[in-house]
Design a protein around this ligand. Structure first.
Ligand code: PMP
Length: 394
């Protein structure tokens, strides 16, 4: 065989390409597209944060930092987590700064999984979980979060999927793509299950700052959970810093040390200039976070109400910046609907099926777009739905 692909590992060859890609490629070749497809804030990072990065460069901070990140930043992360979410982590042994929450997820899974061990995923979920588990030789096991339960998993749904091989559960609240946020009571039910079956919980709390309905409960603040939780979070969403690639993980010292072992060989440290920016974001940026959150909340209300008026059923997302309406009334699959909406009305949304099979029948719309764009998207979606209904008499 002379194909260069013969060098590619079996683990990588088996990965499926992301279902989101196809729509970006289609949309990239079209003009006048309104994109509700991307999962990132429409705000530019606050000026004081950008300026802190510029100043760090001017002052010549261009070298590596400690593997776990600048101690000053880790200390600030600890006091932020303490004041916002009542968490207590030790900056020197229980926190590390990572290249986005993405790397924190990768390190968490690589640090804990032996081949053949199972990890529970609550689907629909973020597209990276399954491939990251597979790259570690682990087995993803999906638990369906159903629409009639506002896309929240019940403890009974989760327990049914637990086997002798189950090692961990990934919990993401508020969720991408549904926006579902678990209440404190619902999280407590999951915590009892984690205790009963000795599960480690990877709590992906990247959307913690974008929670609209009630006070946010961080999973590891629940009784007994700190010792079995890896908290994953970062600056991308709440602080509008996706391109800076900065996140962090907090975990009991032995787990954190295992993650750090991988990180020191594979990454060394997160970018120094981004760490300086993050320090400023935590010290002086929380008022901006709150004002961005108010703006998303307004747009959530406007967009979800608009979808309902057109005739789509849509649960009210408790957090993040995604609406996840049902498109079952169109008679199309979510993939067909997204393609038709893009080609006919130039609105890009993501088919729910890319987030797990139980996402079929829904699409993810990011409302992190201007009010004008959202209103125009709603107009186009209404026109499209009417056309579909006229052509198929549904
Ligand atoms: N977790 C979830 C649920 C996400 O939606 C995302 C980004 N789309 C990430 C993690 C990764 O975020 P980061 O930019 O910090 O790597």
């Amino acid at each position: 065989m002379s194909e260069p692909s013969r060098y590619i590992s079996g683990n990588v060859s088996q990965l499926k390409p992301s279902g989101i890609r196809k729509f970006f490629d289609l949309a990239a070749n079209m003009e006048g597209v309104i994109s509700l497809g991307v999962g990132e804030p429409d705000f530019i990072t606050s000026w004081n944060v950008r300026e802190a990065c510029i100043q760090s460069l001017e002052q010549g901070y261009t070298a590596y930092t400690a593997n776990a990140g600048m101690l000053e930043l880790r200390k600030e992360i600890c006091s932020y987590l303490n004041s916002r979410f009542a968490l207590n982590y030790d900056a020197s042994s229980e926190v590390m700064v990572t290249v986005g929450a993405s790397q924190a997820l990768d390190l968490s899974l690589r640090a804990i999984l032996n081949p053949g061990e199972e990890v529970l995923l609550i689907e629909p979920c973020f597209v990276s979980y399954e491939p990251l588990i597979r790259l570690c030789g682990g087995i993803p096991v999906s638990v369906s979060a159903r629409e009639e339960n506002s896309f929240k998993p019940t403890a009974a749904d989760i327990e049914k999927k637990i086997t002798q091989k189950t090692k961990a559960l990934i919990l993401c609240s508020p969720n991408n793509p549904t926006g579902a946020q678990l209440t404190k009571k619902e999280l407590q039910e999951v915590s009892l299950l984690a205790e009963k079956h000795d599960l480690l919980v990877i709590a992906d709390e990247i959307y913690a700052e974008l929670s609209y309905e009630e006070a946010y409960t961080s999973f590891s603040s629940l009784p007994g959970m700190r010792e079995r939780t890896i908290l994953v979070s970062g600056f991308s969403k709440g602080f509008a810093m996706t391109g800076w690639r900065l996140g962090y993980a907090c975990a009991p010292a032995p787990l954190l040390a295992a993650m750090l072992k991988i990180h020191q060989y594979s990454m060394m440290c997160a970018p120094t200039m981004a760490q300086h920016a993050a320090l400023e974001a935590l010290t002086n940026g929380l008022a901006d976070v709150d004002s961005m959150k108010r703006s998303y909340r307004q747009r959530r209300n406007l967009f979800v109400e608009g979808l309902r008026e057109i005739g789509f059923s849509c649960h009210l997302p408790g957090g993040a910046f995604y609406a996840f309406p049902s498109i079952k009334n169109t008679g199309l699959s979510s993939d067909e609907y997204a393609e038709s909406l893009l080609l006919e009305e130039k609105v890009a949304v993501v088919p729910g099926s890319v987030f797990g099979s139980c996402g079929e029948g829904f699409v993810r719309c990011s409302y992190a777009s201007s009010v004008e764009q959202l209103q125009e998207a709603l107009k186009r979606m209404e026109r499209h739905l009417k056309k579909l209904q006229a052509s198929s008499n549904i």
